[in-house]
Write a protein that binds this ligand. Structure first.
Ligand SMILES: Cc1cc2nc3c(=O)[nH]c(=O)nc-3n(C[C@H](O)[C@H](O)[C@H](O)COP(=O)(O)O)c2cc1C
Length: 184
């Protein structure tokens, strides 16, 4: 079974996650930018990971523009954001990114964040995102840690999220292999 991982990353967390998933599953991994989406037809399982900006998963629209050609395959999507993954936060991302219109599996991961690495305009944008996240009832238990992000970097590696995605991909591979053997 062939697995493809595409990603869009700004500061490196999503790229690192995509590469780690690829290493653990034997998948091919490429940045979304520059990848010819028509080539997705050569794979059985396709994973897309994008970083979150203002609630929107970056690169997702482009990736889903070719959804019709992969709708019969296994499609997994993960987002990387500074918010700690919760079921409310996940539901909000599904809603904001219209993910329930597609037959996909979705995983919300937490990635690193350092406001000091951003350009002045990006800092203004991030302040807006932070205010929205802090005021969102879905994040009531993370209010304090989110507020700290205006001044302190967040360095995280979402082992739980990555392990889960790797497990699912490996289970899907087994299912495909069993189906192929059954047909032989
Ligand atoms: C301008 C800007 C807006 C952001 N907005 C959000 C957001 O709405 N929700 C969130 O969880 N994280 C948000 N983040 C944090 C990033 O998604 C997070 O740092 C992620 O790890 C970046 O992934 P990358 O390292 O692959 O670029 C934002 C970051 C920037 C720079």
């Amino acid at each position: 079974m062939k697995t493809l991982i595409l990603y869009q990353s700004k500061c490196g967390s999503t790229k690192a996650y995509a590469e780690d998933i690829a290493k653990a599953t034997g998948a091919d991994v490429y940045p979304l930018k520059g990848f010819r989406l028509k080539k997705m037809k050569d794979y059985d399982t396709i994973v897309f990971g994008g970083w979150v900006q203002g609630g929107s998963i970056q690169g997702l629209d482009k990736f889903l523009s070719e959804y019709e050609s992969i709708k019969d395959k296994n499609v997994l999507i993960f987002s990387t954001g500074m918010a700690f993954p919760t079921s409310d936060g996940r539901s909000l991302l599904i809603e904001q990114n219209l993910l329930d219109m597609y037959h996909i599996r979705f995983y919300m991961l937490q990635g690193s964040f350092d406001i000091k690495k951003l350009r002045p305009l990006e800092r203004i944008l991030i302040q807006r995102s932070l205010t929205n996240l802090v005021n969102d009832p879905a994040n009531v238990n993370q209010k304090e840690s989110l507020e700290k992000l205006s001044s302190e970097p967040l360095v995280v590696y979402d082992h739980q999220g990555i392990d889960k995605i790797v497990r699912v991909i490996n289970t899907l591979s087994l299912t495909v292999e069993v189906n192929v053997k059954d047909k032989a």
